[in-house]
Design a protein around this ligand. Structure first.
Ligand SMILES: Nc1nc2c(ncn2[C@@H]2O[C@H](COP(=O)(O)OP(=O)(O)OP(=O)(O)O)[C@@H](O)[C@H]2O)c(=O)[nH]1
Ligand SMILES: [Mg+2]
Length: 403
C-alpha cells in the first residue's frame, strides 16, 4: 500500500478477539481506510491486533503497541487510527507508549462530518455530537493537567479546577446547541407543513456511498453524487416525476402524471457514533415522518447483507420500526448491479425476491421504482389482468406434474 507524499500518513489498527472472523475484521479495516481517505489521510498499513481480552488501560497489548510505534517510524506516520471505541485515558496511554497521535473510529467519523458540514443545521448537529463525545473524555486530560500542576493531587488542585471549568463550558455549549436545534426543527416542521399536500413523501436511506444521491438525481434531475463516504450530510427534498398508470392503446388507467417528494439523507455506517445519531435526530426526522422509504444498497459490495443489517438497526434506533403496522412501506433498491456478474445477480434475486435491481448512474430500474411509488398515491387502481376465478370459464392452473 502506498500513500501520496503530501497527505498526512497514518496506520490503521483493529482488535481481533477470539470470536472474530479474520475477513470480518479485514473488512472493518478496509472501511476504516475508506474513512481515513475521506478525511484526507494516506493509509500506510493496516494491522489486526489479536488478543483474547482488551487491556483496560491501553486497550491493545503494550508489546503490540511498541511494535506499531517502530512500524510507524519506518513508514513516517504520526497518526494511529483505531477501529475500536476508546476512552480518553486509553487514548492518552496509547499516545504515551507509541509517541503517536491516536484517534478512534468515532473521532475519525466526527472529523469527516466536521469537514463536510455546510449548513447551519448540519454544523450545529456535528458540534453537538463533538461536545457530547469530548465531555466524558476530559477525564483523560485531568491527569495530564494535574501533573502539570506540580503533582498537587489533592481535590481542588489546579487540574481539577481546570476540568470543572472545561466541563461547565462544554455543558453550556451543549444546552445552547440543543436549543438552536430545537428551533431549527420547528422551522423544518413548518416547511414540512407548507409542502404541497397530496404528494407522498419518500426518503432515500441506506449505507453511505450506496448511491442515494445518484438515485435522487436520476429521479428528480438534482443532486451531486460523489465517490466519498458521507458526501451528503444535509437532507435535500426534491420533486420527482413518476409518470402515469395509463395505457394509450386501451385507454385504461389515469393519464394524469403523478409526483412524489423525494428526500436524500445522510448515509449510515456500522458503529455510527451514537452521539451523531442523537444529534442528527432532527435531520433524520425526514426519515421518520416519510410516507415510504427507498432503502438503497450497493449490491456489489461483498458485505451488502451486513450493510442492510446496519441500516435496519439504525432505522430502529431513530424510531422507525421495521415490524408490525408501524413500519412505513419500504422498497429495497439493490443498486450498482452493473458491477456484478450474472450468477451473483441471480443469487441476490433469490435472497431478495421483492427488491428492485438498479443501476442509478444509467437510470436502470427507475421504471419499477416509479411504479412502486405511484402505488402509494391514492387514486384509481392500476389496470391488472383478471385472475382465473374472475373469468367466466376460468380454470385453475394445473399443478406441476398434472399435464
Ligand atoms: N457503477 C455504478 N456506480 C454507481 C451507481 N450508483 C452510484 N454509483 C457511484 O457510487 C458513488 C457514490 O454515489 P452517491 O450517490 O454519492 O452515494 P450516496 O449513497 O449518496 O453516498 P453518501 O452521500 O456519501 O452517503 C458515486 O461515485 C456514484 O457515481 C451504479 O448504479 N453503478
Ligand atoms: Mg449522498
Amino acid at each position: 500500500m502506498t500513500g501520496s507524499l503530501e497527505l498526512p500518513r497514518c496506520l490503521l489498527v483493529a482488535h481481533q478477539g477470539p470470536e472474530d472472523r479474520e475477513e470480518f475484521i479485514e473488512d472493518h479495516l478496509e472501511e476504516l481506510g475508506e474513512l481515513a481517505r475521506s478525511c484526507g489521510y494516506s493509509v500506510m498499513s493496516r494491522h489486526r491486533l489479536k488478543r483474547s481480552q482488551v487491556a483496560s488501560k491501553t486497550f491493545y497489548g503494550s508489546g503490540q503497541l511498541e511494535a506499531l510505534a517502530s512500524e510507524a517510524r519506518r513508514s513516517g506516520c504520526m497518526l494511529l487510527i483505531c477501529d475500536d471505541e476508546l476512552t480518553g485515558s486509553q487514548v492518552n496511554a496509547i499516545e504515551k507508549i507509541t509517541g503517536l497521535k491516536c484517534m478512534d473510529r468515532t473521532g475519525l467519523i466526527l472529523n469527516i462530518f466536521e469537514q463536510r458540514a455546510q449548513t447551519r443545521e448540519a454544523k450545529a448537529q456535528v458540534e453537538l455530537a463533538r461536545c457530547e463525545y469530548e465531555l466524558p473524555r476530559l477525564k483523560g486530560q485531568w491527569t495530564h493537567l494535574e501533573r502539570q500542576g506540580g503533582g498537587v493531587g489533592l481535590r481542588g488542585g489546579p487540574g481539577e479546577t481546570q476540568i470543572e471549568v472545561d466541563r461547565r463550558m462544554l455543558r453550556t455549549r451543549i444546552s445552547q446547541l440543543k436549543r438552536e436545534l430545537e428551533h431549527l426543527e420547528t422551522v423544518r416542521e413548518t416547511q414540512r407543513q407548507g409542502r404541497p399536500k397530496g404528494l407522498p413523501r419518500v426518503a432515500l436511506v441506506g449505507y453511505t456511498n450506496a448511491g442515494k444521491t445518484t438515485l435522487l438525481k436520476a429521479l428528480t434531475g438534482e443532486g451531486e453524487p460523489q465517490d466519498l463516504l458521507f458526501a451528503t450530510l444535509d437532507t435535500t427534498t426534491r420533486k420527482a416525476w413518476l409518470g402515469a398508470d395509463f395505457n394509450p392503446e386501451t385507454g385504461e388507467g389515469d393519464p394524469t402524471p403523478k409526483h412524489a417528494l423525494v428526500a436524500d439523507t445522510v448515509g449510515f455506517i456500522r458503529k455510527l457514533p451514537h452521539q451523531l445519531v442523537a444529534a442528527f435526530r432532527s435531520t433524520l426526522g425526514e426519515v421518520r415522518t416519510a410516507d415510504a422509504l427507498l432503502v438503497v444498497a450497493d449490491a456489489s459490495h461483498p458485505e451488502v447483507e451486513d450493510h442492510l443489517k446496519v441500516v435496519g438497526q439504525t432505522l430502529r434506533e431513530i424510531g422507525c420500526m421495521d415490524d408490525g403496522d408501524l413500519a412505513q412501506p419500504r422498497l429495497l433498491v439493490l443498486n450498482q448491479i452493473d458491477k456484478l456478474p450474472r450468477p451473483k445477480r441471480l443469487d441476490l434475486k433469490r435472497r431478495h425476491p421483492m427488491a428492485v435491481h438498479a443501476v442509478a448512474v444509467e437510470g436502470l430500474g427507475l421504471d419499477e421504482i416509479r411504479e412502486w411509488l405511484r402505488e402509494l398515491i391514492p387514486g384509481p387502481m392500476p389496470a391488472r389482468a383478471l385472475e382465473w376465478w374472475e373469468l367466466p370459464n376460468g380454470q385453475p392452473p394445473r399443478a406441476v406434474g398434472q399435464e
